[in-house]
Design a protein around this ligand. Structure first.
Ligand code: 3HC
Length: 692
């Protein structure tokens, strides 16, 4: 397939990049660009070149799937040097996203025009690397390092309008190609094109000073991320090194970072997240059902957050409660939550009013009748859910999707309360629903394929990361979390203290340890679940029996005097834990952070293996996507299954066997799949191809 199509308008050639789905700079495209530029340079009938693109992206950057493989010539920096050195003007016509290497292509051109919908960014930092084709050298030369550095440090794309304000692009509201051709003619008439690499007027002393201040701040905040440090070094090179040396230094840092395990994990996560949207058994051609109107049952924190998700995506939603008092309260809470964003400056008052106008408060389930999708977020109790679904079955129009936001319960049993189980699906949002990215789509065997496809499309429309999972207690995320919770309790009894466990977990990269988390969420939630299941957890139960539910009661695993948000160690709790150990005849011992991490994470990995074996998750990457987006698993560790592969499954098997023997808990015995892979010297990654 031709990745570049050439056409001509007078003396201006137009090279249209067409490399679906997102015009990534594959080896074939790089070669085609070289061929194009060389041909244009040599063609006496052509005075200038416009680089344009077909599809939704201008260029999404380097082809990430080529990373980690032997490099194929021509390399991107060479291609861009060739574009920049072209004796005839080259103009970039940016109609969609220009990201990473895509923006670097534009930076090497002699002028950049962008349509209003274009987005411009250097997101390499999110993949654990830095721009590697001149971005750190050309962008500071073009707009100054003090403005360029934050773009590269956050990796967040900017709008074309912002890009124009920064002097990065010229904004075109009319026909982009016409404007680019006119620009190319204008430059051709002027003679030798201006080359970004030769610009130095933006690299002033004041700019350097401002950049160094930002770099100092970034060092303090992200001192342990190797790519943030490398980025600072590379950008500094724009001031201290001649362009070719700055470019070479950038490339050396880029290549070193590519080989770092942390970048590998981030790249793995990028593809895992996208692969999760291709669901085995659901053909890409299945048409989602139209969703013009939504309803949410329950205006508590969760229901209100879900309603906000719909409103944020521009979908009108009816928020329903059982009484006027409850709906007034829930509706006011939503307004307050938007109000915080307005106060913080992240939302305008007009935007808040627009979104509030999309949320209609109502009393009684009948108000859901006109909705194409209803999401139930009522009390987590099977009887309550079944009653609601029975009622919904009567009021919802035919073909409407009936979704439950249950986080544990059997979705098939809920679906059986209706005469249309094929239209019932689980949509498990995570709290706070308007913030957290993950959406577990729970699919009992009876759910229709187009309902799953609709849920996936909805997830993406709401800006979520959707993952389709099977129907079992706790689904993927909470089922694995339960193993970590049990392991944390075991560690307390064996000799660790809450602050030691939490410190090991934050040291691993989580924002919070399990006990600080439990205190934040409220220990009573788990207590209620244990009671309903008839299970016990000696320490956790004892704390709850003493009314220690966590932050909301001022004490839990830690003390929170006068509403403090960070807990303090409590000698009373530590004495209680030691007493329980003694009662159980356990001689307490100390644990290193590594031991704590292994004892917490290995049982989760084991549960993950069971989940794969049962087909609850289609691929290890789906499990990792759940943990990365719903449970704040540190992104640069790639998720529990990826982490297990980096540790070695044979190591995990041995550690689990030792834990099972020590605790006498047979559920800690390695799952058959884990044993098999370890025995074959394989990792979970080897399963990918089989499941895909
Ligand atoms: N390389 C290879 N494949 C890519 C890709 C890339 N840079 N960007 C996207 N894709 C693939 C995805 O894997 C997906 O494949 P699939 O259909 O098989 O699942 C397909 O393109 C579509 O991607 P999305 O589902 O993400 O499509 P969206 O429309 O939602 O988003 C996007 C498009 C905004 C371009 C988004 O894909 C994205 O952010 N891509 C990555 C951009 C990026 O990080 N670029 C920098 C790369 S590193 C670099 O350029 C180094 C340089 O400095 C040398």
């Amino acid at each position: 397939m031709e990745t570049v199509r050439l056409s001509q308008r007078g003396a201006v050639a137009i090279a249209t990049i067409d490399n679906p789905p997102v015009n990534a700079l594959s080896a074939a495209l790089r070669a085609a660009l070289v061929e194009t530029v060389q041909a244009i340079a040599a063609d006496p009938k052509v005075e200038a070149l416009v680089i344009a693109a077909a599809g939704r992206a201008f260029i999404a950057g380097a082809d990430i799937s080529e990373f980690g493989k032997p490099p194929v010539e021509p390399l991107l920096p060479e291609v861009l040097n060739l574009i920049e050195a072209c004796p005839k003007p080259v103009v970039a016509a940016i109609q969609g996203v220009a990201l990473g290497g895509g923006l670097e292509v534009a930076l090497a051109c002699h002028a950049r025009l962008a349509a209003p919908a274009a987005k411009l960014g250097l997101p390499e930092i999110k993949l654990g690397i830095i721009p590697g084709a001149g971005g750190t050298q050309r962008l500071p030369r073009l707009i100054g390092a003090a403005k360029a550095f934050p773009m590269m440090l956050t990796g967040e794309p900017i709008s074309a309008e912002k890009g124009a304000a920064l002097g990065l692009v010229e904004l075109v509201s009319g026909d982009l190609i016409e404007a680019a051709v006119a620009k190319a003619q204008e430059l051709a008439a002027q003679g030798v094109p201006a080359r970004t690499s030769e610009w130095t007027d933006k690299l002033t002393d004041a700019d350097r000073e401002a950049f160094e201040a930002l770099a100092k701040d970034a060092t303090a905040k992200s001192g342990d991320m190797p790519n943030a440090m490398a980025l600072i070094e590379a950008v500094r090179g724009a001031f201290t090194l001649p362009f070719p040396e700055g470019l070479a230094a950038e490339r050396a840092l880029f290549v070193r970072l590519l080989a770092d395990e942390r970048s590998k994990a981030l790249r793995y996560a990028f593809f895992a997240e996208r692969e999760a949207t291709h669901v085995p058994g659901i053909d890409a051609g299945v048409k989602p059902r139209p969703l013009a109107q939504a309803a949410v049952i329950g205006a508590g924190t969760m229901g209100g957050g879900i309603a906000m998700c719909f409103a944020n995506a521009g979908i009108p939603v009816t928020l329903i409660e059982t009484t006027q008092e409850l709906i007034d309260k829930g509706h006011a809470r939503v307004r307050d939550t938007y109000g915080f964003s307005v106060k913080r400056g992240s939302m305008s008052e007009a935007a808040r009013d627009e979104r509030m106008a999309l949320i209609t408060p109502a009393v009684g389930l009948a108000a859901a009748g006109n909705a194409d999708i209803v999401v139930e977020a009522a009390f987590e109790e099977m009887g309550v859910k079944r009653q609601i679904f029975g009622e919904l079955d009567k009021v919802m129009k035919p073909g409407a999707i009936l979704a439950t936001n249950t986080s544990y319960l059997d979705v098939a049993t809920i679906a059986a309360a209706t005469a249309r189980p094929q239209d019932v699906v689980g949509l498990h949002f995570f709290s706070p629903a308007n913030v957290m990215k993950l959406l577990e789509i729970v699919r009992p065997t009876g759910t229709a394929g187009d309902v799953v496809a609709t849920a996936l499309a909805l997830g993406r429309k709401l800006g979520k990361v959707p993952v389709v999972v099977g129907n079992c207690f706790g689904f993927v995320g909470n089922r694995m979390l339960a193993q970590r919770t049990r392991a944390a309790e075991r560690l307390l009894i064996a000799g660790a203290l809450p602050h030691e466990v939490d410190a090991a977990v934050t040291g691993f990269g989580f924002k919070m340890g399990p006990f600080a988390m439990s205190d934040l969420a409220g220990g009573d939630i788990g207590w209620r679940t244990r009671k309903s299941l008839g299970t016990k957890a000696a320490v956790a139960d004892a704390l709850c029996e003493a009314g220690r539910f966590g932050q909301k009661t001022g004490k839990g695993y830690y003390l929170y005097p006068e509403g403090a948000r960070t807990g303090q160690r409590d000698p009373e709790v530590e004495a209680l834990i030691e007493r329980i150990s003694a009662e159980k005849g356990v001689t307490r011992r100390s644990f290193t952070s590594d031991e704590i991490v292994a004892r917490l994470m290995d049982p989760m990995v084991n549960e993950g293996a069971g989940i794969l074996e049962e087909g609850i998750a289609a691929r290890p990457g789906d499990i990792d996507t759940v943990w990365l987006n719903g449970y704040n698993w540190p992104a640069w560790r790639g998720g529990p299954m990826h982490w297990a592969d980096t540790v070695g499954l044979d190591v995990i098997v041995k550690r689990l066997e030792a834990q099972a023997a020590e605790s006498g808990d047979a559920t800690l015995q390695p799952a058959p799949l884990l044993r098999r892979l370890a025995a074959e010297g394989k990792g979970f990654a080897d399963l990918k191809a089989r499941a895909a």
